[in-house]
Design a protein. Structure first.
Length: 246
């Protein structure tokens, strides 16, 4: 019998009454969990098997799955479901984890970031785009691909008035190095300072970072591309809903 905290990322119906869950756990990383009888009307584990639900789980390992024995709710994050913006950005956060993390690869920093992100999102009233850009920057950093922003990633020089961001090199490059990556993206002073501010400011204090919506959109598009490149994926399905909100 194993005990760990975990957040439900997604659910898949299995036969008539059961679910197969993708759960991101503190101790074991992302795991597949069989929740038998979760669709029964009087099931005691209905609340423990909903997306966003944060639980203390008792599990046992089978041949193909972990099996859910018991779940105690730590936080249902129910208020996320009260606003369409929260739900939309919340599902994107879950998809980031689900598509980026291999099975059973522990990363406690990412787990704590997810809990912190869902906690902040559950009471967020505005600045959703600013919040998700800050979350993306922290997410890719904790995944091991922190964007190099201190100086040119190739030669070490620095002039923030004429720089680009290279998806392939993983950071900013100076005008002397533009030729090495013809697909690098022009970054103005506001975008550069916004990226630095959102990367190093806690999620609870992102309102302190002053940046225009136009610059936020550009950073968001750039960092999504950067994440997809590093996890070798084509797209995130939940981004379609975010675009419709925008």
């Amino acid at each position: 019998m194993l005990k760990t905290e975990g957040v439900v990322l997604k659910e898949l119906r299995y036969r008539d009454t059961s679910k197969i869950l993708s759960v991101y756990t503190k101790k074991y990383g992302k795991i597949a969990v069989m929740a038998r009888g979760a669709y029964r009307p009087k099931s005691q584990i209905i609340a423990n098997t909903q997306p966003f639900s944060y639980n203390e789980y008792q599990l046992y390992r089978g041949k193909n799955f972990f099996y859910l024995n018991q779940g105690d709710i730590i936080d249902s994050f129910y208020s996320i479901r009260e606003r369409i913006e929260r739900v939309t950005y919340g599902y994107y956060m879950l998809e980031l984890i689900d598509k980026s993390i291999p099975e059973e690869q522990e990363n406690e920093k990412l787990f704590n970031l997810l809990i912190k992100g869902l906690t902040v999102l559950s009471s967020l009233e505005n600045d959703y785009l600013k919040f998700i850009v800050a979350y993306e920057l922290k997410f890719i950093s904790f995944l091991g691909y922190k964007p190099y922003l201190d100086k040119c990633v190739l030669c070490g020089s620095f002039n923030k008035n004429n720089i680009k961001f290279s998806i392939y090199e993983g950071g900013i490059i100076c005008d002397n190095c533009f030729v090495t990556d013809p697909f690098s993206i022009q970054v103005n002073k506001e975008i550069y300072e916004g990226m630095c501010g959102l990367l190093y400011t806690s999620l609870e204090k992102i309102s302190d970072v002053i940046i225009s919506n136009d610059s936020l959109y550009k950073i968001h598009e750039m960092i999504v591309e950067y994440i997809l490149y590093n996890i070798d994926r084509k797209k995130f399905n939940s981004l379609n809903l975010i675009k419709s909100l925008q």
